[in-house]
Design a binder for this molecule. Structure first.
Ligand code: HEM
Length: 342
């Protein structure tokens, strides 16, 4: 390769890198204070109503932040429905029959579109709604940075390749989080999101009956808790039946960590955080000091919320679909449009 070519490639890398940095530093608190001053109040209000209608729904919405931000940045891509030319993320391995309460985001979006059409992105809705879910269930409050754009496409394949399995062990989770600049402490604190919500029998059958192909249950499970889980998820159960992720599933608190110390974690990926010496001390710390957990959790959510792909985007008017394009672009897939936009 010639010197000039090398230089050109280096400059291109630099420009892309800077574009990414600029994009992430564009986020700021109060982003909508002029363009949609009631945005945060509106989101909180819809989340309150969702909580009253079905308490679990706010946990389900909070999970969106993880599944959105880890797959090509926080860009609302996981909210896109499949189209004839695009397999979206809703049917990805970790999401199918599992992510739920998309309708709550639709309701937030409708309320926002009424007040200030075309202004607040779906990606930002996920960030605000996740914060609200935590605050409304007894957890910490924090100020969110806003100003994200919505993606023009989604990728089932990327989601399949990235999102961790409930069987994951601590080392693989540490490696995964590290790729996003999230520390071991961030990993343990963010897993504390399982202080609210539920999981399916599908996610724990292996650890109840055949951990690592042994034909035996996971030895890390407390025996009386295992009996409880066996009752909820017998071998012939409909695997969509759900159990609580901790013993206070409607309250965001540090009970999740106390449960892990007692061998009463629901998912393998939860219990492994206490089994592994790399993560155990953080589990212990958070089980004793809720304020430490809350502080670390907020830091983790802010860091995760800053993940951005740097790709071009838009403010969708309906979170399920990219906005309509001019007729001459309609024959192209959203991926082609992305390259046009560059
Ligand atoms: C550390 C890696 C993680 C793994 C392996 C993991 C895996 C899972 C699994 C398997 C479920 C139950 C799904 C089902 O059975 O249908 C679940 C539920 C949940 N996850 Fe995670 N998760 C992780 C991290 C996170 C993070 C970082 C957040 C948010 C910040 C989060 C929020 C939630 C919530 C709130 C639920 C309950 C949702 C509901 O009740 O609908 N998880 N997670």
């Amino acid at each position: 390769m010639s010197m000039n070519m090398n230089m050109a490639l280096f400059l291109m890398f630099l420009v892309l890198h800077i574009a990414w940095l600029v994009a992430s530093s564009d986020l700021r608190a109060g982003f909508y204070s002029k363009t949609c001053p009631k945005a945060e109040v509106i989101v909180r209000d819809v989340m309150k109503k969702a909580l009253m209608r079905e308490a679990r729904s706010v946990a389900s919405v909070m999970r969106f932040q993880f599944h959105d931000c880890f797959v090509n940045g926080c860009d609302g891509s996981m909210l896109l429905d499949d189209t004839a030319t695009m397999l979206g993320e809703k049917m990805a391995l970790s999401n199918i029959n599992s992510l739920r309460s998309y309708k709550v985001v639709d309701q937030v979006k409708q309320a926002l579109e009424k007040d200030c059409p075309g202004v607040v992105s779906c990606a930002d809705i996920i960030i605000m709604a996740s914060r609200d879910a935590v605050a409304l269930t007894g957890g910490p409050e924090w100020e969110v940075r806003l100003g994200r754009l919505d993606s023009l496409s989604a990728s089932q394949e990327d989601s399949n390749n990235i999102m961790p399995s409930p069987r994951a062990n601590a080392s693989s989770l540490i490696d995964l989080f590290q790729k996003y600049n999230l520390s071991v402490k961030d990993l343990v604190a963010l897993s504390g999101s399982h202080s609210i919500g539920q999981g399916r029998c599908f996610s724990i059958m292996f650890r109840l009956y055949n951990q690592s192909g042994t034909g035996r249950p996971d030895p890390a499970i407390d025996p009386s808790y295992r009996q409880e889980l066996n009752r909820i998820c017998p071998l012939d159960v409909d695997q969509n039946v759900t159990g609580n992720l901790d013993s206070t599933p409607l309250v965001f608190d540090n009970q999740y960590f106390k449960d892990l110390v007692a061998g009463r974690g629901f998912l393998n990926s939860d219990q492994t955080l206490f089994t592994s010496p790399h993560t155990r001390e953080f589990v212990r710390l958070f089980s004793r000091r809720q304020t430490e957990f809350f502080k670390a959790f907020v830091e983790g959510m802010l860091k995760m919320g800053d993940l951005q792909s740097g790709r071009p985007g838009e403010v969708r008017t309906n979170c399920r679909f990219v906005n309509a394009r001019p007729a001459n672009l309609l024959l192209q897939s959203p991926r082609d449009m992305e390259s046009n936009d560059k």
